[in-house]
Design a protein around this ligand. Structure first.
Ligand code: SF4
Ligand code: SF4
Length: 288
């Protein structure tokens, strides 16, 4: 466990609320982001793009992405370019997609990511599609630091089943929530009708870029349509690209819509978005 995670757990045990912890994290990111043009708090990998659901609060419901996966050769080439053995940031897998749809490439991808980032906090998001006890154990053994499962169908029975699979040693590393328990964010600023605007004064999401399936480096996890492409990891030098976008990141932090992706984003608009949201259909494939 990284030093940062040990500190986080200690602060939580001492009674610090999640909100206070979040605020401290934002303050840390702002300070480091201002002082160090190379500071990067996280990296998100789009290992695959499809989803079995079409939740009305997600851009997948408006413009579903084709089901594609990053090949392992491609991932190898990307990881070779990054070379971040000592980096202790957060690596996210799965955002606006369902990574469990493509099980074989996912498990190999998690293994490779863990090897490439031995000091990072590797986190995965899933709707629990096809999850079994064996798969859960395998993912944790492969090196996930945290597994966040949201059951969008609000199935309490399935939650209890998944929780019964979690060994005591992993109880702080796996979270299973029902959709009704999470706050609806105006995901990517594109899908949610009448969702509350963000209360955040400062955006720090742009300090965690996304590596897309085609190697494009995009601004943040809210940039669903790749409206702000900073460069391409196979074509460009990642750190040059990152340094070049520093001033843009700082301006966004203080509320400037300095990138196209920010224009409709809940972190900027401060008003509820009124785009038509289709009704949520049933899942297009059922969970095991
Ligand atoms: S399960 Fe997640 S990725 Fe899929 S449509 Fe719902 S919110 Fe979007
Ligand atoms: S304001 Fe811009 S950088 Fe911040 S979350 Fe939205 S799109 Fe991303």
């Amino acid at each position: 466990m990284s030093l940062t995670m040990k500190l986080v757990q200690l602060l939580l045990r001492m009674g610090l609320s999640q909100l206070m912890l979040y605020r401290l994290g934002t303050l840390r990111t702002m300070t480091l982001g201002l002082l160090n043009p190379m500071f990067m708090k996280g990296l998100l990998f789009e290992l695959s793009s499809g989803c079995n659901r079409r939740c009305w609060y997600c851009p997948q419901s408006l413009v579903p992405k084709k089901r594609e996966v990053m090949t392992l050769d491609f991932l190898d080439a990307v990881l070779k370019k990054l070379q971040l053995k000592k980096w202790a940031g957060t690596v996210d897998i799965g955002w606006n997609n369902e990574p469990m749809l493509d099980w074989d490439s996912l498990r190999m991808g998690v293994r490779k990511i863990r090897e490439a980032f031995p000091s990072a906090f590797v986190r995965m998001y899933s709707n629990g599609f096809g999850l079994t006890q064996e798969k859960l154990n395998e993912l944790m053994a492969l090196g996930l630091s945290y597994f966040f499962i949201t059951l969008h169908e609000n199935d309490e029975k399935r939650r209890q089943l998944i929780l019964s699979w979690v060994p005591a040693k992993d109880q702080t590393r796996i979270r299973v929530t029902l959709f009704q328990e999470i706050a609806i964010l105006n995901a990517s600023g594109h899908a949610v009708e009448g969702a509350p605007p963000s209360n955040e004064k400062f955006c720090v999401m742009q300090f965690a870029p996304v590596i897309r399936l085609n190697g494009d480096i995009t601004l943040c996890c809210c940039d669903y349509y790749s409206e702000t492409v900073l460069g391409n990891i196979l074509r460009d030098d990642f750190w040059q690209v990152w340094r070049k976008s520093w001033w843009q990141r700082v301006r966004i932090m203080f509320g400037s819509k300095a990138a196209k992706a920010c224009h409709a984003c809940y972190n900027m608009t401060r008003t509820p978005l009124r785009k038509p949201a289709p009704k949520q259909p049933a899942a297009t494939a059922s969970a095991a």
